[in-house]
Design a protein around this ligand. Sequence first.
Ligand code: ADP
Ligand code: ZN
Length: 529
Amino acid sequence: EADAPPAPGAAARAVLKRVFGYDDFRGDQAAVIEQVTGGGDAVVLMPTGGGKSLCYQIPALLRPGTGVVISPLIALMQDQVDALLAVGVRAAFLNSTQDSFERTRVENAYLAGELDLLYVAPERLASEATKRFLQNGTIALFAIDEAHCVSQWGHDFRPDYLGLSELAERWPEVPRIALTATATDATHKEITERLKLGRAQHFVASFDRPNIRYRIENKGEVRRQLLSLIRTEHDGDAGIVYALSRKTVEQTAQFLAANGVNALPYHAGLDAGLRARTQSRFLREDGVVIVATIAFGMGIDKPDVRFVAHIDLPKSVEGYYQETGRAGRDGLPSTAWLAYGLQDVVQQRRMIEQSPGDLSHRRKLSSHLDAMLALCETVDCRRVNLLGYFGQGSVPCGNCDTCLLPPQSWDGTIAAQKLLSTVVRLQRERNQKFGAGHLIDILRANKTSRVDQYGHDELAVWGVGSDLSEQQWRGVVRQLLAKGLLAVNDDGFGTLVLAPASADVLSGAMTVSMRTEPERSAGSGAGAG
Ligand code: ADP
Ligand code: ZN
């Protein structure tokens, strides 16, 4: 028995047990580790929490030399290195937060062959000096973490990542492994091409997170809806609430705290010390709810986050998936809850119109938003839609709101025509700015002072929409915007204008199926409706 050759992967398994204390590999880990340890390249697509780190850490320990890890998450490098040092792995990092004394110490350790892993910020690696320095030591592998940052089409592009293509030419014999948790087919291709990973083996895990229940509902009084969600389903649970602005973050945290929830705000405007304390309370205490901008959560490994709530519409499906992915890493039932309304759509369309950058940049933002809206407005399984976005087929899941309570749909063609005709008439009044509220007032014959001022009760469309409630009309406007059948002007006022496709609806060439809006009085919470 002593003479039997070691089983393939035996060395990797021994390291897994001895260093990291785990008995078995998960998913593709063993195969990836075998590929990279053997000197081959790899592209690894694995959801958050899937266990990407071991895919390069173990090969780095098994191969001679230092594993060089390129990561944009500078704020996390210290934590990652500390965690490795704690299990006896010789790790260090190089980034802009260090003084020159500290940097020299790390560089000397690398040159002396005393490092198993070296984390490097991409902007460091962009400099010729760093590359020349690296050449004087032995590199076990390059791991390119958050590899989607190389994609100009993606939601998280970092120019420094483009320079990483040079690694292939400069170190042709060093294996490279690119890893990401957010990859559409297009991003996957871009990673492969731009990082010159033509000879890599590809490992694409399922992106499904079956224990997460996806729910998306209409925004009313969103803080009350959120409080109701927490009280009825997640009392005492740890959770993360995402909002777009710092002000909303502050106000929501205050509101929750005033209502007995252990909630803390987190955003980039708070001082670093407070942010660090908040983060460590979230990790160490039970049942802390963090209300945050997207600045919170990257790389945070807390297994028992029971819910992730979005009270503003995320800008992309990638972002939404990444943020909701922070729920339920332990595999237990968890909730991803999102509330969104007409105002979100108007605001984001407007922000895109006004955003700096060229047309192709705005088109990219627009297509990201469109995909997000399609997920929100779908009458089919959320999970099927979500996984479909990442190029993965699936069947209705039975664990999302549309599966559990299939939404009704109705033929909204006539309502859409009424609304669009009103837009046509108002568009004729040059330089006037009319948003959704005024349009709905006209349709429902609601005599406001603005109506009087402009004589809009004289319009042919005055009162033609009194069959629908104000809330139903807001739903119509929102869904038309979401479907690209109505547009928002870039005047900064949210003025509604026709979209190119509106003509087909007006002419009757196109019918419009709409989701039935659940009738709910403003402020009655989730679960109550
Ligand atoms: P990712 O980078 O893909 O989000 P991580 O590498 O941070 O995921 O791993 C997520 C968590 O899973 C970590 O706590 C890690 O220690 C744990 N983990 C990874 N691989 C295994 C394994 N084979 N067995 C048990 N736990 C694992
Ligand atoms: Zn479903």
